[in-house]
Design a protein around this ligand. Sequence first.
Ligand SMILES: Nc1ncnc2c1ncn2[C@@H]1O[C@H](COP(=O)(O)OP(=O)(O)OP(=O)(O)O)[C@@H](O)[C@H]1O
Length: 310
Amino acid sequence: MQTSDPLAVQVRGLRKRYGSARAGFKDAVAGLDLDVSRGEIVAVLGPNGAGKTTTVEVLEGFRDRDDGEVRVLGEDPRLAGRAWRARIGVVMQDSRDMNELTVLEKVRATAASYPDPRDPAEVIASVGLAEKARARTRGLSGGQRRRLDVALGIVGRPELLFLDEPTTGFDPQARRSFWDLVTSLRDDGTTILLTTHYLDEAAQLADRVVVVRDGVVVATGTPETLGGPEARTPVVAWDDGGVRRTERTDRPTAIVARLIATAGPDGEVPGLSITRPTLEDVYLSLIGEHPADHTPTAEARTDDDSVEVA
Ligand SMILES: Nc1ncnc2c1ncn2[C@@H]1O[C@H](COP(=O)(O)OP(=O)(O)OP(=O)(O)O)[C@@H](O)[C@H]1O
């Protein structure tokens, strides 16, 4: 039941305060704006306590808000009913109750509550749990529970899927197959709002990244452009008599030429590297954590953006 509204999520001035006059108040969300277009994957990044989960819970209709306008699939989650709920999928941070039911039974039971569910066996296979289909859910490992959470979130064929830190506890291989799954869901037209602490996950999956700090959005952009061109200025680093030197520059070749001209007889510049700040570097500066004075070293960098020249 697609509508013509190009936005799956529209949030303006969202506020949520916890606490009491006696214990003191905490503004968990402090005037947050957010748009998610249909068919988009948006990753919400932010440090612990930034307000990501609170925001997502408001959008899912699980938490009331103090102020702000919220539209999710064209409706206010506070007022929306069962038909609306059947159009969204939710993978929360905490695993749902596990019990004597098998994986297949549990996914089938959830599928039965949706009007047009996916095939439970196919969903189980897509999250890599085919071999556990007949296992009791209480016996699953942490990572397997998380995969089951994802299966339960997608079996209803949601138009909009919320994934709150979905790959916590996944091994690297499981994370990769999960990324493939999310990409295929997006290719099927599913809109996805994801929170994550993994910058590589955001870089891999997101069409757009939204950085939240202290309950407000501090930056948004594609993983490649977040922070603006200034934030991606390359850094030339080298060792100068035991001291690590760095220079941020749009013209790294000129600096390298100067260093080579003043190098010793062998023409080598010790520890020379040219590195373009990664999404992680940009993210850390946006949230006010400056990674080691922004001095990437050859040893510390393994990302594809880095260009080792020495
Ligand atoms: N139920 C609650 N009662 C009181 N305070 C809460 C409650 N839930 C969250 N908070 C507080 O609100 C703030 C935002 O929390 P929230 O869980 O939304 O952040 P988050 O960005 O999702 O963090 P994390 O990355 O750790 O999951 C935090 O300071 C948190 O302690």
